[in-house]
Design a protein around this ligand. Structure first.
Ligand SMILES: [Fe+2]
Length: 188
């Protein structure tokens, strides 16, 4: 049932118009793919869950992700895929699989890392170190909307040391930011 990246992207574009949310979707896609490759999982599947995880957010910000199912069903995504998308609800009642745990762990971290890069003089991810991201996490005035506990708990739930998690995701984002498919809109 999995389609090409272009088809998944077009489905997303039909429901998400904000550049901010498109960039966020791309960043989570990139990080999901990188972790799938690291752990020998199905990278195509993981990246697609990441790309489409917020597909209902533009239209239903207050009910998100409760409308993901109806939207994704209309494109023929199957129940397992849709459940993986729904699982990043903060109040998800079931135990999360490793994919689902990873999705939640990346949801806030990706944006925080990009925010850290944007305040650098070069506005680049290339030389962003985990220690400076960790320092920014302690700065309560910086990117205040990002819930630090979600980032910390996400790494713990994955069983990965936080700075290693940050370094891994930063490198994945930095590499993707140079690729042609991440230029419109630009990932960073
Ligand atoms: Fe998200």
């Amino acid at each position: 049932m999995l389609r090409t990246r272009e088809e998944n992207w077009q489905a997303l574009r039909q429901h998400v118009t904000s550049d901010v949310l498109l960039k966020h979707s791309m960043a989570v896609e990139v990080a999901m793919q990188a972790y799938a490759e690291k752990f020998g999982e199905d990278a195509q599947y993981w990246r697609t869950v990441g790309l489409l995880h917020d597909i209902d957010f533009d239209k239903f910000p207050n009910e998100h992700p409760a409308h993901a199912r109806e939207i994704l069903m209309a494109y023929g995504y199957d129940d397992a895929f849709i459940t993986d998308v729904e699982s990043h609800a903060r109040d998800w009642p079931k135990e999360r699989s490793f994919l689902q745990t990873t999705l939640l762990a990346l949801d806030e971290l990706t944006g925080f890392i990009i925010a850290c890069a944007m305040v650098r003089p070069d506005k680049s991810l290339d030389n962003l170190e985990a220690k400076s991201v960790l320092k920014k996490m302690k700065d309560k005035g910086f990117a205040r909307a990002v819930n630090r506990d979600n980032i910390i708990n996400g790494a713990a739930a994955m069983g990965i040391e936080l700075s290693e998690h940050i370094s891994f995701v930063t490198k994945a984002l930095a590499q993707a930011a140079k690729k042609p498919e991440y230029q419109n809109p630009p990932l960073i």
